[in-house]
Every structure is written in structure tokens, then in C-alpha cells.
Design a protein around this ligand. Structure first.
Ligand SMILES: NC(=O)c1ccc[n+]([C@@H]2O[C@H](COP(=O)([O-])OP(=O)(O)OC[C@H]3O[C@@H](n4cnc5c(N)ncnc54)[C@H](OP(=O)(O)O)[C@@H]3O)[C@@H](O)[C@H]2O)c1
Length: 309
């Protein structure tokens, strides 16, 4: 089978298409024929070596996390799946490889795809929606009457956070780039501001939670927007920020992994039409290297980039 892989940590030039033979299926895994895989910033952060403490030093490594496809084989200790099931899910950082024709995935990170979702729509969900779940429902505890400010409300994580917060009755304000304003207003963000309009972020009062999906608000920026018991939530770790998250009651660092247990909930909300990923571009798998490179270099668009296998 073909996959996108890299032979050492580095820039886009380290990526290549390679033939790859999967080892015998491990007991806790399912073998999935990938139909669609969505790009996440995590994919190139891992390839650059930003997470090498987790991704390790064994090469070559496959690239890609979020996927949707069809179950081909089931590990001896896995229950709840049948060959032919349409599923979606994600990979461990230590075992990426979703940009591939076939993947062996941890069965705990895979759920059945609602029939109403296309493979592309489902592939857009895992990391963005689990991260948003961890932040908005796990930490911000969004509910009727709560006020949440989402900095970067137009991105994949941001737009899942907006949908989850609104669905749980919260009032959502946020900031995004000027080109994204119309879309986020239509999604229910009110008021929707641009990043440069910082002076107006708290014009309508303080928040129960500020979720900075971009990692560009300072601690001071965030705390100024919060009610006394409010939470400032970050998802862009640096060693200093992770440390701060351990010692500060009001500043919290969270990860997609904290939302993995909610993949079934995410599938259910998507089936109900409450939560959806946004597709920006569908590209053939054969274009993977150029598409990943362009996204990494900032040629992004509203919505996820999806590779079709
Ligand atoms: N801790 C975790 O487990 C975890 C999980 C998921 C993501 N993350 C991190 O969270 C961040 C957001 O992830 P995402 O998947 O939501 O990313 P995304 O879909 O690419 O969203 C990017 C966001 O960044 C804004 N942006 C500002 N400058 C930009 C630029 N030069 N190019 C493109 N976008 C720009 C965009 O807003 P406008 O276009 O409106 O300007 C948009 O809101 C990433 O750094 C990612 O690594 C962490």
C-alpha cells in the first residue's frame, strides 16, 4: 500500500510517498481502508519534530491523524465492529499514518460513522471536535447563561467550539480574521470581532471562559476578559505554558486526547446535525505532498483540507 511518510524530522522536503507493508494486525487494532483523511496542523508539527518526546526516534514514520474509511480486519481483542463498517477516527501521536491507503488504528480511537455523513465530513471531526469538547464542555462547562469568548473562532477547532458551546446554551463571542467574519457571524458568534479589535473584546461584559485556539493571547490578555472565577483555556503548548497550566487555577492547557472518550458523543451530535466539520478543499491523495506543503506554509482556507484515497 502507499502512504505519506518521512525518514527524519524536518521540513516538507522530508515527506515522500512510499510503499508500505503493514505488520500483522495487533489484537487491539482495526485495519481500515482509508477513504478520506483530513489535515491538521499537528501533522506537520509532528513531522518537524516538535513533539519528538511523544513521536520518538524510530523512522520512517507515517503522517496524518484524522481519517474515515471502511473496516477490513478486526483485531482478536476488539469487539463492537464488523468487517465492512464505515468508521472514522484518529491515531496516536506515536503511531500516525492516516495519509495512507490502509491504516491499523487503535480501536479505542475509532467509532462508527453516521450514515448521514460523507467520509470527508467525518474525517474533518476527530481532532478538532475532541479538542473543542475538552475545552468547551470539559473545562469551560458551557451551559445556559454562560458567556464564552473564542479567539480563533473560524478555524477547525474554533468552529467546533462555537457549535458545541451554542448547542449547550452558551452565549458565544469571538475573534477571527477579517475574511472569516461573515462565516462566523452566520455560525452564531455574536459579537464577532477581528483579532486587531482587542479593545472591544470585553465590550459586552466579562466571560466565564476564554478559549484561545491560536495561542496568541497573552495570559494578561486572557485574564482581563474573565469573570473572577473564569477560565482561560489554551491548546498550544510550550514547556512554559504547560508548567503554568499546572500551577494556575484559572489558566488551563488541554489536549485533543482529553476528548477522545467523547468520540461517540461527537458521532451522535453529527448524526443529529448539531455538529459538523467544514470542508475547505477535497484533493486527490496523489496531490498529498503539495497540498500539505501549501497548507503548512499558510495557504489555508476556511475549512479543512481533505485527501481522498
Ligand atoms: N492541544 C491540542 O491537542 C490541539 C488540538 C488541535 C489543535 N491544536 C492547535 O490549535 C491550533 C488551531 O488548530 P486548528 O486545527 O483549528 O487550525 P486551523 O483550522 O488551521 O485554524 C487556524 C486558525 O488560525 C487563524 N489564523 C491566524 N493566522 C493564520 C494564518 N497565517 N494562516 C492560517 N490561519 C491563521 C485562522 O483564523 P482566520 O483565518 O479567521 O484568520 C483560524 O482561526 C493549531 O496551532 C493546532 O496545532 C492543538
Amino acid at each position: 500500500m502507499k502512504r505519506v511518510q518521512f525518514g527524519r524530522y524536518g521540513g516538507p522536503e522530508e515527506m515522500s510517498f512510499a510503499d508500505y507493508t503493514l505488520p500483522p494486525l495487533a489484537p487491539q487494532r482495526v485495519r481500515v481502508r482509508v477513504k478520506a483523511a483530513a489535515l491538521n496542523p499537528l501533522d506537520w508539527k509532528v513531522r518537524r519534530g516538535d513533539m519528538k518526546l511523544v513521536s520518538g526516534w524510530k523512522f520512517p514514520q507515517g503522517m496524518g491523524s484524522d481519517f474515515a474509511g471502511v473496516v477490513e480486519q478486526i483485531g482478536a481483542q476488539v469487539s463492537g465492529f464488523q468487517v465492512g463498517d464505515e468508521v472514522f477516527g484518529t491515531t496516536e501521536i506515536s503511531r500516525q499514518g492516516a495519509f495512507a491507503e490502509v491504516i491499523d488504528a487503535n480501536a479505542k480511537l475509532v467509532v462508527r460513522k453516521p450514515a448521514s455523513l460523507s467520509f470527508s465530513e467525518a474525517a474533518c471531526l476527530p481532532i478538532p471536535a475532541t479538542t473543542a469538547w475538552a475545552a468547551i464542555l470539559g473545562i469551560a462547562d458551557a451551559g445556559p447563561g454562560s458567556r464564552i469568548f473564542i479567539h480563533g473562532c473560524s478555524g477547525a477547532v474554533g468552529s467546533c467550539a462555537v457549535q458545541l458551546a451554542l448547542a449547550h446554551g452558551a452565549q458565544v463571542s469571538g475573534a477571527c480574521g477579517a475574511a472569516s467574519l461573515a462565516a462566523v457571524k452566520a455560525a452564531g458568534v455574536n459579537p464577532a470581532l477581528t483579532y486587531s479589535d482587542k479593545a472591544s473584546f470585553a465590550a459586552e461584559g466579562l466571560y466565564d471562559a476564554v478559549f484561545d485556539t491560536l495561542g496568541t493571547l497573552t495570559l494578561d490578555d486572557g485574564l482581563k476578559l474573565l469573570k473572577p472565577k473564569g477560565r482561560f483555556i489554551d491548546i498550544n503548548p510550550t514547556p512554559g505554558r504547560v508548567l503554568r497550566g499546572l500551577v494556575s487555577g484559572r489558566y488551563r492547557m488541554t489536549f485533543s486526547t482529553s476528548g477522545y472518550k467523547n468520540l461517540e458523543d461527537i458521532a451522535r451530535l453529527s448524526a443529529e446535525g448539531t455538529l459538523h466539520g467544514c470542508i475547505g478543499l477535497e484533493a486527490p491523495f496523489a496531490d498529498a505532498l503539495s497540498v500539505i506543503k501549501a497548507a503548512e506554509q499558510g495557504h489555508r482556507r476556511l475549512g479543512r483540507i481533505v485527501l481522498l484515497m
